[in-house]
Design a protein around this ligand. Structure first.
Ligand SMILES: [Zn+2]
Ligand SMILES: [Zn+2]
Length: 249
């Protein structure tokens, strides 16, 4: 492992060591996400280079909502939103002007925008809303974490055991893991990794389906007095396994 990657090892190990039924990568992502929100609402927002980035890229709906709802540093959030708005205002108005078209030289009517042009302008407007400095950093950091996961899986027996026996990966993270393994692992390691991943995930999914089934069977009056076992949390675990961590009440 390269020297700079060692700083990514602790959060990975914490997430895989944690107790509970949550996907370890959901846990890892949630911690990283909270740290990034804290960072952007912290003293960093007064640093000119940070502000230059937030002015340019802004935040997505999810992250702005979470920053606002955290109730932390509303002044800081206000300062960031102010300069971001000033910068984006110019882009938004320029795009709208482009959508309106320019008058043809010598022509009487303003040129009507072609449908393709309007769609392209709409895409640029939508991109202002979805562009997010936290999402970008989160993607980058998760990429480094995947490298650490793979490195440890093949160089650290204790970690490999932890990985194999942990809770199931949610489907979105399973997809990310497969994608990352495809680019990071050597062919021979890939075979080992995917075989073991399949075995691990298969057993977990089977157990989960059985728990969900028992949940439904508990509604049968004949099973009323039988124990719930692990089924009480089965629906929430199934939803989290299919879709990733979500705020279920
Ligand atoms: Zn997950
Ligand atoms: Zn975001």
């Amino acid at each position: 492992m390269r020297e700079q990657e060692t700083i990514y090892t602790i959060p990975v190990n914490d997430a895989f060591h944690a107790e509970g039924t949550l996907c370890p990568l959901c846990r890892l992502e949630a911690t990283t996400d909270s740290n990034l929100i804290e960072y952007y609402l912290g003293p960093s927002l007064m640093e000119p280079d940070v502000r230059q980035t937030t002015n340019e890229k802004g935040f997505c709906r999810n992250h702005l909502t979470r920053m606002y709802n955290s109730q932390e540093n509303r002044l800081g959030l206000g300062l960031m939103l102010h300069t971001h708005l000033l910068e984006q205002q110019k882009r938004i108005l320029a795009l709208l002007q482009e959508a309106g078209g320019t008058e043809r030289q010598g022509g009487f009517f303003a040129r009507k925008p072609q449908e393709r042009e309007a769609a392209a302008i709409a895409a640029d407007l939508a991109a202002i809303s979805t562009s997010c400095v936290i999402c970008e950093r989160l993607d980058y950091t998760m990429g480094r974490y995947y490298d650490v996961v793979f490195w440890q899986y093949f160089h650290n027996t204790e970690f490999a055991e932890l990985f194999d026996k942990g809770p199931p990966f949610c489907l979105p993270h399973l997809a990310e893991l497969v994608k990352a393994a495809g680019t990071s692992l050597k062919r021979a390691d890939r075979k080992t990794f995917f075989d073991r991943l399949r075995e691990r995930q298969g057993a977990k999914l089977e157990g989960l389906a059985a728990d969900v089934e028992w949940f439904t069977l508990k509604f049968d009056y004949r099973n009323r007095d039988k124990p719930w076992g692990e089924s009480k949390t089965a629906l929430a675990r199934a939803i989290r396994t299919l879709e990733g961590d979500s705020e279920l009440t």
